[in-house]
Design a protein around this ligand. Structure first.
Ligand SMILES: [Zn+2]
Length: 198
């Protein structure tokens, strides 16, 4: 009797272990797009992310007390409207000022841009607000680094393939001076490398 209980437990553990993803690290929860009442996306080109580009929204600041979900809804409406006529909100993941990460466009759908670079193969991570006028706090910086580690593991992307929008286009100051400083110094990429090694 004891043996059969032990056998059952071993089997249960083996089945549980088998079901655990080994190539994922979901440290940062991603809040689904239904939370910001997203409109359904229009069909668009598929791609596989092979690099990651960090952006900010630009324009208006967004503070932790502001309504990030309303902002996301507004961005999508504007981008899908007559001004841009895009398929969806242009970014795959969006970070609000309180550190919440929201689901944007399907990561397996290519992003869209108003500048002169080709976003094919880019996973686009965007901070809501304007980081020429506001600053990352320690919490936001850690959320960014954790989200980058999660994404590198999930899509098998090297940390050396992480960059910012302005690295690809001279037409923009995106992702803003404050965020860019952490990339220029090498801090963000070094931290991602270190956490992926551990
Ligand atoms: Zn950008």
């Amino acid at each position: 009797m004891k043996n059969s209980v032990a056998l059952f437990l071993m089997l249960a553990v083996a089945i549980w272990a088998h079901g655990q993803p080994t190539d994922r690290r979901d440290t940062v929860p991603i809040v689904p797009r239904s939370s910001w009442e997203a409109q359904p996306a229009k069909p668009f080109k598929q791609h596989v992310p092979v690099q990651i580009t960090v952006h900010h929204e630009g324009g208006k600041r967004l503070m932790p007390s502001d309504d990030a979900r309303q902002r996301l809804n507004n961005i999508q409406r504007w981008c899908m409207g007559p001004d841009r006529n895009w398929a969806d909100i242009p970014y795959h993941l969006l970070i609000a000022a309180d550190g919440t990460v929201y689901e944007g466009r399907n990561p397996l759908t290519m992003g869209e841009t108003n500048t002169d670079y080709d976003p094919t193969g880019h996973l686009l991570i965007c901070f809501l607000g304007n980081y020429n006028e506001q600053q990352l706090d320690e919490k936001l910086l850690q959320v960014l680094i954790d989200l980058l580690v999660d994404s590198c593991i999930k899509y098998k992307i090297s940390p050396t393939a992480i960059s910012t929008h302005r690295d690809h286009s001279q037409q923009t100051a995106c992702p803003g001076e404050d965020i860019y400083a952490y990339f220029k110094s090498g801090y963000v990429v070094d931290e991602v490398k270190e956490r992926m090694d551990n």
